[in-house]
Design a binder for this molecule. Sequence first.
Ligand SMILES: Cc1cc2nc3c(=O)[nH]c(=O)nc-3n(C[C@H](O)[C@H](O)[C@H](O)COP(=O)(O)O)c2cc1C
Length: 167
Amino acid sequence: MKTAIVLGTSRQDGNTKNLVSLYQKHVTADVFNLSDLLISPYDYEHHNKNDAFLPLVKALLSYDHIIFASPVYWYSMSTQMKMFFDRLSDILTIEKSLGRKLRGKSCSVLATGIDKSPPECFEQPFELSAKYLGMLYKKMLYCSCDEQFIIEEHNIKLLNYIGTNET
Ligand SMILES: Cc1cc2nc3c(=O)[nH]c(=O)nc-3n(C[C@H](O)[C@H](O)[C@H](O)COP(=O)(O)O)c2cc1C
């Protein structure tokens, strides 16, 4: 299974990036860091259609499984990730053929936050968007982190997540 990770965080060497790097120690996966790409907010008039969003989607279409990696910021996905999700509207309107190609792919979520468990409302947008796009939503791994990401605290949970997501 070819896996891509879409990473959206405001801290380039923070907890979510560390979780993604740990995942890559166990599973081969390519990372697309939204902070490296110029993707502008959704525009009803699509003046931004030549930015980095459509090339990113085209690249993602060559993968079977897409992981969305985001910290919890104010009970929600990061701004970078939300902008990416808003732009998915482009592939339901001006580039419908791309949108159709997402159908049947699977996706899941890697998340970090400071609270012991994520708020219920955090996972729903991923799950519901996947359903809307015809993607198979697998599951989320949430790692509660303090200031630092301590590998030993998360590795067993990560291996379980990989085991269940691979099936
Ligand atoms: C703007 C902001 C909002 C946050 N809101 C939450 C929150 O609602 N719930 C939570 O558990 N942690 C919250 N946190 C803590 C982060 O989710 C946590 O530190 C996370 O691991 C940071 O990941 P990062 O290093 O990739 O940014 C917030 C942090 C920031 C900077």
